[in-house]
Design a protein around this ligand. Structure first.
Ligand SMILES: Nc1ncnc2c1ncn2[C@@H]1O[C@H](COP(=O)(O)OP(=O)(O)O)[C@@H](O)[C@H]1O
Ligand SMILES: O=C(O)C1=C[C@@H](OP(=O)(O)O)[C@@H](O)[C@H](O)C1
Ligand SMILES: [Mg+2]
Length: 169
C-alpha cells in the first residue's frame, strides 16, 4: 500500500508522515528529501540554480520511483497533472487542509521554501488555486488546524482503517 500525504506548504506533510511511519511501521519517504539525496543539492539551491521547472521534473521522477509506504509529498505535487493521476491510480491520497493563517504562524519567515518567500498576496493566490486541486485529488481529508501531530496521525490511521479492502492493497 502507498499512502500519499498532500497539502500546502506547512500543512504538516513531513511531520505527520514521520509519525505515521512509527504508528503504521511502514517505510517512509519524503519526496523533497529523496530529491535532495538524488541531486546532492538542497531544494533552495535547485530552485536557484536550475529553476522550478527542473524541480518539478525531479518531483515527478521521485513519485514514480517510490513504490511503497508512506510518502510525504511537496506542496506543489498537484501542479503536474501526471502526478495527480499517478497518485490516484497507485495509492490512497490523504489531504491535510490547514488554513493560511495557521500556516503563517507555523512557517513565519521560513527561508527553506522558495515559494513561501513571496509577497503575502501571491502566497494567498497560490493557496486558493492549489486548495481546489488538493480537494479534488483527495481520498481522505483530515483538517489540521489546532490539532496536535498525535491527534492528526491517529485520525489518519483510523480513516485508513475504514477504507474498503481493495484500496489498501
Ligand atoms: N499539527 C501541528 N501543530 C503545530 N505545528 C505543526 C503541526 N504540524 C506541523 N507543524 C509544524 O509546522 C512546520 C511545517 O511542518 P512540515 O511537516 O514541514 O510541513 P510540510 O511538509 O507540509 O511543509 C514545522 O515546524 C512543524 O513542526
Ligand atoms: O509548494 C511547493 O511548491 C513546494 C513545497 C515544498 O515542500 P513542503 O510542502 O513540504 O514545504 C518543496 O517541495 C518546494 O519548496 C516546493
Ligand atoms: Mg515537507
Amino acid at each position: 500500500m502507498i499512502i500519499y500525504l498532500i497539502g500546502f506548504m506547512g500543512s504538516g506533510k513531513t511531520t505527520i508522515g514521520e509519525k505515521l511511519q512509527e504508528q503504521l511501521q511502514m517505510e517512509y519517504t519524503d519526496t523533497d528529501e529523496y530529491i535532495e539525496k538524488m541531486t546532492g543539492r538542497t531544494i533552495p539551491d535547485i530552485f536557484a540554480l536550475e529553476g522550478e521547472k527542473a524541480f518539478r521534473t525531479y518531483e515527478t521522477n521521485a513519485l514514480k520511483e517510490i513504490t511503497s509506504g508512506v510518502v510525504s509529498t511537496g506542496g506543489g505535487i498537484v501542479e503536474t497533472a501526471e502526478n495527480i493521476s499517478f497518485m490516484k491510480d497507485n495509492g490512497v491520497v490523504v489531504y491535510l487542509p490547514t488554513s493560511l493563517n495557521v500556516i503563517e504562524n507555523r512557517l513565519h519567515d521560513d527561508q527553506s521554501r522558495p515559494l513561501w518567500k513571496q509577497p503575502a498576496a501571491a502566497r494567498a493566490a497560490l493557496f486558493a488555486r492549489r486548495s481546489l486541486l488538493y480537494e479534488s485529488t483527495a481520498d481522505i481529508t483530515v483538517e489540521t488546524d489546532h490539532k496536535t501531530v498525535e491527534e492528526i496521525s491517529a485520525e489518519v490511521v483510523s480513516l485508513l482503517g475504514n477504507r474498503p479492502v481493495q484500496d489498501c492493497q
